[in-house]
Design a protein around this ligand. Sequence first.
Ligand SMILES: CC(C)(COP(=O)(O)OP(=O)(O)OC[C@H]1O[C@@H](n2cnc3c(N)ncnc32)[C@H](O)[C@@H]1OP(=O)(O)O)[C@@H](O)C(=O)NCCC(=O)NCCS
Length: 168
Amino acid sequence: MAIEAEEITREDEAPITLRRLGLGDLPLIEGVEQRSYPTPWSRTMFSGEISRPGSRCYGAFARKALAGYLIVARYTDAWHVMNVAVDEPFRRRGVARLMLETMLRETDVDGSRGHTLEVRVSNAGAIRLYESLGFRPAGMRRGYYTDNREDALIMWRGDGPDDLPLTR
Ligand SMILES: CC(C)(COP(=O)(O)OP(=O)(O)OC[C@H]1O[C@@H](n2cnc3c(N)ncnc32)[C@H](O)[C@@H]1OP(=O)(O)O)[C@@H](O)C(=O)NCCC(=O)NCCS
């Protein structure tokens, strides 16, 4: 299903359009995921979120190529950004911002939930992106990432984090 969102258009490049991800997108997702993360999600993790009725899963496409995706899970007290990645050739074109802004617009109507995420403390680019969208640092999970025991910065936008732990 297409999603109402502004496209990113540049004269010399294919326009970027958003639609919901389906299980048929899994092979493309897996490629981007493996190029983007040291400890990539498995196909089963993606199919679990795509199939879950409460989750919001967006794909950004440049013609048939998957430029990036955003996976957001609905918990009782918050929307949790589970995974966001943009394939290297499509970075710094506003693709992640377009997906996140679209998701925030769609989920802000449900005023009962804020938004939260975890990000590596070293991921300055992503932290800058989240801060520009209203996320603020709200705590730390020490040694959260299994590959190098790096700390996770917890960020919240809107209400939180008094309601931890999250349930769904
Ligand atoms: C983080 C990531 C999703 C950003 O995707 P993107 O489409 O390139 O981001 P955008 O083009 O929408 O960036 C918007 C703003 O975020 C900030 N930003 C994004 N990437 C940045 C970087 N590498 N360095 C510095 N600032 C960055 C900038 O302020 C940027 O605005 P600008 O280009 O006008 O300066 C992408 O780099 C990625 O997939 N990285 C690997 C996976 C990952 O780290 N995911 C996040 C895990 S929490």
